[in-house]
Design a protein around this ligand. Sequence first.
Ligand code: ZN
Length: 173
Amino acid sequence: MTIRKILTEPDLFLRQKSKDVDKVDDATRTLMDDMLETMYAAPGIGLAAIQVGIPKRIIVIDLSKEEEKKPLFFVNPKIILKSNSNITYEEGCLSVPGQFAEIDRPDKCDVNYLDYNGKQCDLKAEGLLATCIQHEIDHLEGILFIDYLSKLKKSFIVKKLSKQKKSLERIVV
Ligand code: ZN
């Protein structure tokens, strides 16, 4: 397994739509293993393939707080039902480092997907898992959580991240 580089805002690559996976094969599983290791190392609780530069509809999530890992793999995930009631979490994102904001999302969602072995699955998610799945599926559409904020708030965050990026690249050797 390899830890891959996580792309960060304002990288335009994050804004493209990811494509469906034709077949869950060994290459797909290797990518999922790498994504999981990258996510654990970051650390984060969810990661979409586009965040490591692969525009495929794959997400990994692990909400377990204990030592024992409980990874979830979603290939070609589709939300087929969302609840009318919302829940609010203070969200962050590995592609928007150090920034957090309160985001409202439906508190329940039903999702269809293929698992690690390519098996068709259905899941009824609620609470944190529902929020996490929606956040990650947004990535597959090129959407970041900061897109839900006011223009002013969003541009403040993007400016801040752009500056950080510049100063990171400015090296004298
Ligand atoms: Zn994210």
